[in-house]
Design a protein. Structure first.
Length: 180
């Protein structure tokens, strides 16, 4: 059996069609909103009269996808150990009834107004950034040090939201720079 010219053309067309199909699947998987988040503790506002002088926990959320999404709330979650935090993240939602029995209690906090200029619900366009803040107190520092503290931003396209671990180091104020 020998290959004719039409057989080579058909083989080439099948390879190209398969490659295009695979590329369409890759594009489909990459399409939509994609959120990235970074958290920082021990931050302070300055430069404006009447700003809050307390230390702040900052959550910086960027939409690096190609479509808009809606941010609905900001929460903090505490887990006594990293093992429990990983298990909680991996268990399916329908298993929520057994989580407390298996892993014990955890703590959760809702941040009431993390951004007064861009309040929830907030539409985050593609390429846009949203910054949320939470007053940092001694309890948050202790929870960050003793276990695993996570900041979670909820969005309808992510069933469990986007979460990042919050690590707060002890605050050491800077010495004012004096003029000689």
């Amino acid at each position: 059996m020998s290959f004719h010219r039409t057989d080579w053309i058909a083989t080439y067309a099948a390879v190209v069609a398969t490659a295009v199909f695979v590329w369409d699947i890759v594009k489909w998987r990459r399409a939509g909103p994609k959120l990235e988040m970074h958290t920082r503790g021990n931050m302070k506002f300055f430069g404006s009269p009447g700003v809050d002088e307390r230390l702040q926990l900052i959550a910086n959320v960027s939409n690096v996808g190609d479509r808009a999404t809606t941010l609905t709330n900001m929460t903090l979650e505490y887990f006594p150990s990293k093992t429990i935090a990983i298990a909680q993240a991996l268990l399916p939602n329908w298993f929520s009834w057994g989580r407390k029995r298996l892993f014990g209690g955890t703590k959760g906090f809702v941040v009431a107004a993390p951004n007064v200029i861009q309040p929830f619900p907030h539409t985050l366009e593609a390429g846009a950034v949203w910054i949320g803040t939470c007053p940092q107190d001694e309890e948050l520092v202790r929870l960050s040090r003793d276990g695993c503290l996570y900041c979670v931003i909820a969005s309808p396209h992510l069933p469990r939201g986007i979460r990042r671990r919050v690590i707060i180091t002890p605050y050491e104020p800077l010495e004012p720079v004096g003029e000689d």
